[in-house]
Ligand binder design. Structure first.
Ligand SMILES: Cc1cc2nc3c(=O)[nH]c(=O)nc-3n(C[C@H](O)[C@H](O)[C@H](O)COP(=O)(O)OP(=O)(O)OC[C@H]3O[C@@H](n4cnc5c(N)ncnc54)[C@H](O)[C@@H]3O)c2cc1C
Ligand code: SF4
Length: 564
């Protein structure tokens, strides 16, 4: 089935705007600037995966893993899960047309107001009212909602039991999932969620409101050209101010690659915290004058994934997928319940603990992960007995989010991004999380399993799926990499200068100067919407964010838009 993207054979030499990356930040930029009538090109290193094509069996999932460490790399460059093994911390990001939205849990929350009151942000963020407008637009397009039936789910009820020891009752957090179905703002007719639990494996129903089903579809409807397998290496500024974008064309069959150069007066980096920071670091190494704060202020958003094994109560937190591997069971979306631990005196102590679901394709490896000498459960019969009716029906998965000190730092080593954070494991947040999660798991009668992969190449380092920072916002070049609009500071004008490189923007997780304490997708989207509103003022552009009319398309048939 054709999708939104086209072959790089058809790419033109120049565009009005080049957007690098296609996650939340890149998607917003592509949609809004193509609505403004600009000729927009989107370059995404990963591939397009349509609804119905996400991995549902373990052998397929294995091919969706790319792992990069010091002097090692395995897996295809177009694999959906991109794991970066670090000496101090590991990072997981999504790779594909739609970025992290393809494989995330979709939890969409606004941070506590104290986050934006921190003086680390440029003052305009709190002052000009556009952040609130950015959140409103993000919410109109991603439609976060709580599962109206959350309380009926076994995994939610297990969180009720677990929270009792600490005296907390869970709530149903808002997630970017359509529970009623219907046509979204981009004109995609989304079916209702089947509560299959496979959100973090990719939604094969089309109910998860991903960037692909919203902002990217909208961009394509307004004429943007979307290309996959296109990895941007670095940028350079020509004498006339035009940006050259140096692109590596990744071979679709894994063999060989080819470089090309595209041009545009405006480039928006939306390659994510790791991608945008790496592109800027490489551009600086190639002579672009960028802030000496580039790479600094990396935060893991106090984020971990942990497990409780052997709960006395049933949990049912392994996905059944779509079509369902087991009839008559309702699991729920990847996150349906959340315990909120607030602290009105100290923001750093606030914690969000969410019960999570593992995608169905992972089911056969659970015994290997959690039972000493466990074996792969091959036959579907034993899979169902072991995972859905046996011990793994009592496995609790937790996603926890809090605050850290954002003192990690990215550098380029051998032309490759590397994260340095020797004190990461000593961050107070990890001790707090251990205490809370141990209590929660114990209350349910299980044992806390901090890291089932500790005996593997993963080791004991903390890991995060919420990387933030590296090209942080600040009032001036001495303190950060971009201003409040996402414009990149020109370090050639001096450290204390506010001068920017005309036409160069960052609009993704890289611009966060600190942890958010909640899952970051909504804030990334809101700040990108805000950056576009400023760009509209600065370049005298006109666009709205009204829902599109016309004939709706099915999530598996987005290509109909490009063909039209
Ligand atoms: C398993 C998982 C679960 C998560 N759950 C949640 C959740 O419930 N709620 C939440 O808020 N957050 C969640 N997150 C995190 C969230 O998905 C990310 O914070 C978010 O996607 C980041 O958005 P972004 O726009 O910064 O970049 P991304 O979404 O990461 O998109 C960047 C895109 O750029 C592409 N790219 C990178 N480098 C290049 C390059 N050189 N050239 C071209 N393209 C490039 C990437 O392939 C990617 O598609 C989760 C993440 C994971 C992995
Ligand atoms: S639970 Fe299933 S149907 Fe619902 S959003 Fe997640 S993957 Fe899609």
């Amino acid at each position: 089935m054709p999708g939104l993207s086209r072959s790089l054979d058809h790419v033109k030499d120049s565009y009005d705007v080049i957007v690098v990356g296609s996650g939340y930040g890149g998607g917003v930029a592509a949609s809004r600037l193509s609505r403004a009538g600009k000729r927009v090109c989107v370059l995404e290193r990963g591939r397009e995966v349509l609804t119905g094509e996400f991995p549902s069996r373990f052998p397929d999932l294995k091919n969706e893993l790319q792992v990069t460490g010091k002097r090692m790399r395995t897996g295809p460059s177009s694999a959906l899960y991109d794991v970066r093994l670090g000496e101090d911390m590991h990072v997981l990001v999504g790779c594909g047309l739609g970025g992290g939205s393809l494989v995330n849990a979709g939890v969409a929350l606004r941070p506590d107001a104290r986050v934006f009151a921190d003086g680390v942000w440029p003052g305009q963020i709190a002052q000009d009212g556009l952040l609130d407008e950015g959140f409103k637009r993000a919410e109109r397009w991603l439609k976060p909602q709580s599962d109206p039936r959350a309380a009926t789910l076994t995994k939610y009820q297990s969180l009720v039991t677990s929270g009792k020891g600490l005296g907390y009752a869970p709530i149903a957090p808002t997630i970017t999932v359509s529970f009623d179905g219907g046509v979204n703002a981009a004109g995609v007719d989304q079916p209702a969620c089947t509560r299959c639990g496979d959100c973090c494996g990719g939604c094969n129903v089309g109910a998860k409101t991903s960037v692909a089903l919203t902002y990217l579809t909208d961009a394509a409807r307004h004429g943007a050209e979307l290309f996959t397998h296109a990895a941007v290496r670095h940028l350079a500024k020509e004498k006339d101010g035009t940006w050259t974008v140096h692109v590596r064309r990744l071979a679709t069959n894994g063999a060989g690659s080819q470089d090309l150069v595209l041009r545009a007066p405006v480039v928006v980096l939306g390659a994510g915290t790791l991608g945008s920071t790496e592109i800027l670091l490489r551009s600086r190494a190639n002579g672009l004058a960028l802030s000496d704060r580039l790479g600094h202020r990396f935060s893991a958003n106090g984020d971990i994934i942990a497990f409780g094994y052997g709960a006395k109560i049933p949990v049912n937190a392994v996905g059944i997928g779509h079509p369902p591997k087991l009839e008559g069971v309702e699991i729920g979306a990847a996150v349906s319940g959340q315990i909120e631990i607030d602290d009105e005196h100290d923001l750093a102590n606030e914690l969000r603990v969410q019960e999570g679901v593992l995608p169905s394709a992972l089911a056969p490896v659970l015994p290997v992960l959690f039972i000493p000498n466990g074996r792969l459960l091959g036959a579907l019969k034993s899979l169902i007995a072991g995972v859905y009716k046996g011990p793994f029906a009592h496995l609790q998965t937790f996603f926890a989010v809090s605050h850290d000190n954002a003192t990690g730092r990215f550098v380029l080593e051998d032309d490759q991004l590397s994260l340095k954070w020797p004190t990461a494991k000593d961050e107070p947040v990890y001790r707090r999380l251990d205490e809370v999660l141990t209590s929660i798991v114990t209350e349910a009668g299980g044992s806390y399993v901090k890291n089932p992969l500790a005996g593997t190449v993963m080791g004991h380092q903390p890991a995060t799926a919420h990387p933030l920072g590296g090209a942080g916002m600040a009032a001036e070049c001495a303190d950060g990499v971009v201003n409040h609009k996402g414009q990149v500071f020109d370090a050639g004008a001096g450290r204390g200068s506010t001068a920017v490189h005309e036409g160069l923007y960052v609009a993704d997780g890289a611009v966060m100067p600190r942890s958010l304490g909640v899952n970051p997708l909504l804030t990334i989207t809101a700040l990108a919407e805000r950056a576009m509103l400023h760009m509209a003022q600065d370049y005298r552009l006109s666009f709205d964010d009204a829902a599109v009319g016309g004939t709706p398309v099915a999530p598996a048939n987005l290509g109909a838009i490009v063909a039209a």
